[in-house]
Design a protein. Structure first.
Lengths: 191, 395
């Protein structure tokens, strides 16, 4: 990874919460006094269509505003995108690909012909259905991201979720999200 | 004591916050696409009692600017926001607002014009309004959009100016991206902008005036236009003075142009809006490799800081202007025409080329800006400049 700038590209289907996740990551990083950007690639709103979102985190002010072409981290919220979207495009050799899937990382690595980047897999959908009682894979992926990249700790992302969700959601929903993040943090497999 | 807080917000939210802090008496808005979330956020402030503004929803952008003109002529501090086709539909009213010398402040999310249909960033909408008699500010970041909006109120209402001001930010890139910014406390902004004391309010019945009268056929139309020209010329000093004053409070620099590396630049890019950041990022990298690259960002387009530009660019071996809009049939895009005109009186000619880029939100990849600098280095070392303008990165 760059010393200064970490670039995260999110692949998802519209409605899975990638834009919210991109924003939550940026906000958490800003609380650690980083400079941040979070943005979706805007287009017509079509539920279920493939979308991208971007997060930039840096120790110094961020001057570039273009889409992320050479990510350090790629997060895929929906494995059905793998055959139709080139999620590895531009991924740094020492980068990491984090995928919501039940498939083990070695199998994904072979299937996608990934040479040197790390591959991390977590069943975010399953975790979401257990904890949130619906398929909303974005928050579990924050736990996986914390574990795999170390851009913030599990405690830091949980503290931020409690703070932002506290304004909008019931204690039950907040606890379920915290459980989802924690489980993904514990269960993510990396190769 | 001014206090600032660090926020992670979109450009639109920051502009809406700036408007709330400036507390307009009236805001008109056409709340359907291509509107921005600026007026949506502002409507929430009104509904929640955080600002006491008469919020008027209207049936079109044309009506929106008409309502703003009426309220401003009556004596109110007036603001609104628009974008793209919305700004285009306001066209005739834009000229009425400036001709009546009404200090309306309007935010514009810079976006493409149809056809074909496109909702993304370029400068086609705002450059189409460049001769409408409004002061026009451009922002590189959400932070600048916030600062420019607050300054706009003082510039518009300044007795030497009394012209409407457009505070613009790049559609989606700046309007919808979450960025880190510093927001000033309410009291500091309130005291910076002060109370609005209208000069020729229709509702000041003790001093009756009329606005926008017939002035043709021997009437003073011609003289009115000259007074607008003089007001815009005076705006030059006012923009600088207000910018310096706000800068003194915030600690953030302001210039009608802002430069990077121009002390010794041999090759330079002139650019407006968010792409200035991308260009500076590339220039920074090139300088680390020994290329004397520089950037001139134009933050105020009307009045155009021609003397400042000529001063920054004199002696540079090759200059590229990057235009995010077209002026079909002209020698180049709108910025190119201004820059070439600004350089005409220099004793030594500065080689100047124009690149049209990023139309309809076409992504401004780092590699494209590197290509521009490579071209410039070639020209600086004697290669012939490409004839005409170059479309950068078209398929």
């Amino acid at each position: 990874m760059h010393e200064q700038l970490t670039e995260i590209r999110w692949h998802a289907r519209a409605g899975q919460g990638a834009v919210t996740a991109a924003k939550l990551v940026a906000e958490t990083a800003m609380e650690l006094d980083h400079y941040i950007q979070a943005m979706p690639e805007y287009g017509p709103e079509r539920m279920g269509a493939p979308i991208q979102a971007f997060t930039r985190i840096s120790a110094s002010p961020i001057e570039i505003h273009n889409n992320i072409e050479f990510p350090d981290v790629v997060v895929v919220l929906d494995e059905t995108l793998l055959p139709i979207v080139d999620v590895q495009r531009g991924l740094a050799d020492d980068g990491v690909l984090i995928i919501n899937t039940c498939t083990p990382p070695d199998t994904v690595r072979k299937a996608l012909h990934i040479a040197s980047a790390r591959v991390a897999c977590v069943d975010a959908t399953g975790i979401s259905q257990d904890t949130l009682k619906r398929d909303m894979p974005n928050t579990p992926m924050l736990g996986a991201l914390a574990k795999v990249t170390g851009i913030f700790t599990l405690e830091q992302i949980i503290a931020h979720l409690r703070k932002t969700f506290g304004k909008k959601f019931s204690q039950e929903v907040i606890d379920a999200n915290v459980a989802a993040v924690t489980r993904a943090y514990e269960e993510v497999q990396c190769s | 004591m001014p206090t600032q807080k660090t926020v992670a917000q979109t450009g639109n939210v920051l502009v809406a916050e700036a408007m709330r802090q400036c507390a307009p008496d009236m805001m008109a808005a056409y709340p359907i696409t291509p509107q921005t979330t600026i007026v949506e956020e502002f409507a929430k402030f009104v509904a929640n009692g955080r600002v006491h503004t008469q919020y008027v929803t209207v049936e079109s952008e044309h009506s929106c600017m008409s309502a703003c003109i009426g309220a401003s002529a009556a004596g109110a501090r007036v603001m609104t926001a628009t974008s793209s086709q919305g700004l285009a539909l306001m066209w005739e009213e834009l000229h009425i607002a400036s001709g009546m010398r009404l200090p309306i402040v309007m935010a514009n999310a810079n976006r493409a014009l149809s056809a074909p249909i496109n909702i993304h960033c370029d400068h086609s909408d705002i450059m189409g309004a460049r001769d409408a008699g409004w002061v026009i500010l451009f922002a590189e970041t959400a932070q600048e959009a916030y600062d420019n909006t607050i300054m706009s109120v003082r510039i518009a209402e300044h007795p030497d100016v009394l012209l409407p001001v457009m505070t613009t930010l790049d559609g989606f890139i700046t309007t919808h991206s979450i960025d880190r910014a510093e927001m000033m406390d309410d009291e500091t902004v309130t005291s910076f902008v002060g109370d609005y004391v209208p000069k020729n309010a229709l509702l000041d019945t003790d001093h009756p005036v009329s606005h926008g009268n017939f002035a043709g056929l021997g009437g003073p139309y011609f003289e009115f236009k000259r007074s607008q020209r003089l007001a815009m010329d005076r705006a030059h000093g006012v923009v600088n003075a207000i910018g310096a004053e706000w800068s003194g409070i915030t600690g953030r620099p302001f210039g009608m142009i802002e430069t990077f590396g121009m002390e010794d630049a041999e090759v330079a890019i002139v650019v407006i809006g968010s792409t200035a950041g991308n260009a500076r990022h590339v220039a920074r990298g090139l300088r680390a490799k020994g290329v004397k690259a520089g950037i001139v960002k134009v933050r105020c387009f009307r009045p155009f800081p021609a003397a400042e530009l000529a001063d920054a660019l004199k002696g540079v071996k090759a200059v590229a202007v990057m235009d995010r809009s077209e002026s079909f049939g002209a020698e180049g895009g709108p910025l190119f025409l201004e820059v070439r005109s600004a350089l005409y009186d220099l004793a030594d000619r500065v080689p100047l080329v124009d690149y049209i880029y990023g139309l309809g939100g076409s992504d401004v990849k780092t590699e494209l800006i590197e290509r521009v600098f490579t071209d410039l280095s070639d020209i600086a070392s004697g290669a012939t400049a490409p004839a005409g303008l170059t479309y950068l990165g078209t398929r």
